[in-house]
Design a protein around this ligand. Structure first.
Ligand SMILES: [Zn+2]
Length: 288
């Protein structure tokens, strides 16, 4: 019969030497691709995504001014500079500027108080940001200021980067585990830490470039822009705090399956990146 002949043409004989070789090569290629999962730091990609979203949402006059300070799209290209200079002596205390410590089970009022009543221990993200904003507006920061005489370009680089850190859940996390740095976990069988999952692994799992990612987020979450612009700092901080607490709570019940982790958290993480970008645009529009 004609039909059965046709079917036989497409039927593959897996016992033939040729097919065995093909199957072997396909398996080898699959193993190699699993081993070469991207290892680039998302820390970098995340900050670029946030800066790109901000750049796209700057007022015309603000964009001109920040371009003049750092070059065209410079806020994107320099978004990671404050991480790069951590090992330089140029700003020796800057390592502690990137995070603000909290504890589990805090009341909302205690969380909000951290915005102005800067905790004595741990990171100083909120204090440094407040001082940078005052200085960038041409004023004199309280007390000694973080670095008297800091060049305008450096202020802008720090403001861009630290605003991103402020919305990264593990940069406003628990002091006792160093912001998730002591929480070990496996990511597709490889050792990582909770902090790195949120800085790096989750965003890498989606495989976008920073520009593609920024564009996708602007398309997906653009309808939230007005609402995000209208939120108070207190509301956003509480939102961040409860977000981080939910991550810790999930950690305690997680089954260890990386796919489950990605499925549960990639969209909330993306929304957080978008919020950070829009709030950075708002901040830069108010300063420059
Ligand atoms: Zn940082």
């Amino acid at each position: 019969m004609r039909i059965s002949k046709k079917i036989r043409i497409f039927a593959l004989d897996f016992n033939s030497d040729f097919m065995k070789r093909i199957v072997f090569l396909l398996l080898a290629a699959l193993c190699l691709s699993l081993y070469s999962l991207p290892t680039l730091a998302w820390g970098q990609e995340g900050h670029r995504i946030i800066a790109k979203i901000a750049y796209d949402n700057l007022k015309q006059g603000t964009r001109k001014r920040v371009d003049k300070i750092l070059g065209k799209q410079g806020i994107i290209y320099y978004a990671n500079w404050p991480d790069e200079i951590k090992s330089d002596t140029i700003y020796p205390t800057s390592y502690d500027w990137h995070f603000q410590d909290f504890n589990g089970g805090m009341t909302d009022s205690a969380v909000v108080a951290a915005l102005t009543d800067y905790p004595k221990e741990g990171g100083n993200l909120f204090r440094v940001m407040d001082e940078l904003i005052v200085m960038a507006k041409g004023g004199k920061a309280n007390g000694e200021g973080i670095v008297p005489g800091m060049p305008e370009a450096d202020m802008l680089k720090f403001i861009v980067h630290l605003t991103g850190d402020r919305f990264c859940p593990m940069h406003t996390a628990h002091m006792d585990d160093l912001g998730g740095n002591r929480v070990k976990m496996k990511w597709f069988g490889r050792d990582t830490r909770l902090h790195t999952v949120w800085d790096t692994n989750l965003i890498e799992s989606q495989g976008y470039s920073y520009a593609e990612y920024a564009q996708m987020l602007e398309h997906t979450y653009g309808y939230l822009k007005k609402d995000i612009m209208a939120r108070t700092e207190e509301e956003l901080l509480l939102n961040n705090y409860h977000f981080t607490e939910a991550i810790y709570a999930y950690q305690a019940t997680w089954d260890g399956n990386t796919y489950h982790y990605i499925y549960r958290w990639h969209q909330p993480m993306e929304k957080q990146l978008y919020i950070a970008g829009i709030r950075l645009a708002k901040l830069l529009n108010s300063i420059y």
